[in-house]
Structure formats: C-alpha cells, structure tokens
Ligand binder design. Structure first.
Ligand code: PEP
Length: 252
C-alpha cells in the first residue's frame, strides 16, 4: 500500500496574518502520522510556515526552484536556499510555470535533478490542456513530460519523488476530471515508469490535482492508482484541507 500524500499549493496567496489564520485552522493536523501532508506557501513565507509547523510532521515545499546552484539569476532561489530554510522539496513543472513562465520539459527535468542531487523531494507535475485532450493527445503529452525526467535520470530518480497528474483544464476552473478519467491517466503514467522499473512504478505515489475539494475527493481516492492530491484553491480553506486530508486517511 502506498502511503497517501496530500499537499496544499497556496500559489501566490496569503500574507503573514492570513497565513497565521490558515495555519491555526489546520493545527489539528499536528498528530498526522499515517499520511504525508505538505504545504507549499509563497517563498517569502517559507520561514513563517516552517516555524509554525515545527515538530508537527507536516512538510513545507516550494512552488518551484532554480535549476542553478547560485549566481546571477535575479528573482530565483536555489535548492541550497530551500535546505537552509527547512523546506523539504519543491513542485516542478506546475502548469502555471510551464504556461506563464515558459518552462520547458528540459528545464523542468533540470530542476528535478537539482532537487534530487540535494536530497530534496521533487513533485513532478504533468498534464494536458483542453485542446490536447480534445485532440486525443492526453497520454502522449503526459508521457512526454514524464519521459523528459525518466530518460535523462532513470527510474531510480523517482525514489522519494511524487508524480502529480494535473489536467490543465481542471486547474482553478472548478472542472474536475472524473475519477475514471484520472484513473486511466494515472494507470498509464505508472505503466510508463514500469517500462523502466516495475518495482519503482509500484512504489511511486501518483497524485491528482485539479479543482480537488472535500465534495469530490472521495471518488478520486477510491481509484486504485490515485495516491493522494495536490490541492490549490481548496487548500486555502482550512476546513476543506482538513476534510481532504481526512479522506486520504480513510483511503488506508
Ligand atoms: C494546483 O494549483 O496545483 C491546483 C490543482 O489548483 P486547484 O486545486 O485550484 O485547481
């Protein structure tokens, strides 16, 4: 049984005061031990969140990271800075990074490699646009995004990593993939990894993201290859995030 994994991607939301309120709202998650829970606040608030969650077993992730170690990269932050601040890993290849910041598969793979080399957790996000789905290209697109890492770094690079299937058309739109649609893609992604290493594929957590909320999460978590959720908007509402974590625990 793969250990369920749930993360809240706060995106570019929150200020000190609202972060404090949200952290208080999810304070009952302190005793979680059966599932992995993470939050990904904006970089200026890493330290606030790391300190607030100290000793609680909830990990803090960055929403992206530079593929470079240091130097003249204005506005970026490195894996060394994540380590220095107590941040455990980072999302790479989120569709907003791919679409709004022109991150290519090659850049995403380099970020993944930088995290692995530092011993941090990469969360590789893959997903197709609505046009790609309607053109029947879903599996080709997500496989290409996954293979960019697999072919350059091998299946062992996924030891401790998480793969997130996030259909772009479902992110922040209120549209969710049906459990069956998501399961089909998750199973295909697992098969892509299995072609490299069947054991690693079986161990890999593949989580779903795209308008996940308390009301639709149970159906998703009932699917054999959905091992958790990457939650955007709903992770900003304490009761919603608590309910999603509770649903993940019930999956056990
Ligand atoms: C996300 O940003 O990763 C995400 C899934 O967002 P939302 O849950 O708001 O669709």
């Amino acid at each position: 049984m793969r250990r369920p994994w749930v993360a809240g991607n706060w995106k570019m939301n929150g200020l000190h005061q609202t972060n404090d309120e949200l952290l208080k709202g999810i304070s009952s998650l302190a005793a979680e031990s059966e599932i992995d829970i993470c939050v990904a606040p904006p970089a200026p608030y890493w330290m606030q969140v790391v300190e607030a969650l100290e000793g609680r077993g909830i990990k803090v992730l960055a929403q992206t990271v530079s593929e470079h170690a240091s130097g003249a990269y204005t506005g970026e932050w490195s894996v060394g800075m994540l380590q220095d601040c107590g941040v455990s890993g980072a999302l790479v290849g989120h569709s907003e990074r791919r679409q709004l910041f022109a991150e290519t598969d090659v850049v995403v793979a380099a970020k993944f490699a930088a995290l692995k080399q530092a011993g941090l957790q990469p969360v590789l996000c893959v997903g197709e646009t609505l046009e790609e789905r309607q053109a029947g290209e879903t599996l080709a697109v997500v496989s290409r995004q996954l293979l960019a890492v697999l072919e350059s770094q091998g299946a062992d690079a996924f030891d401790g990593a998480v793969l997130a299937y996030e259909p772009v058309w479902a992110i922040g739109t209120g549209l969710t993939a049906t459990p069956e649609q998501a399961q089909a893609v998750h199973a295909s992604l697992r098969a892509v990894v299995a072609a490299f290493d069947a054991v690693r594929a079986e161990q890999l957590r593949i989580v779903y993201g795209g308008s996940v909320k308390a009301a639709n999460v149970a159906g998703l978590f009932a699917m054999a290859d959905i091992d958790g959720a990457l939650v955007g908007g709903a992770s900003l509402i304490a009761q919603e995030f608590l309910a999603i974590c509770q649903a993940a625990r019930q999956r056990l």
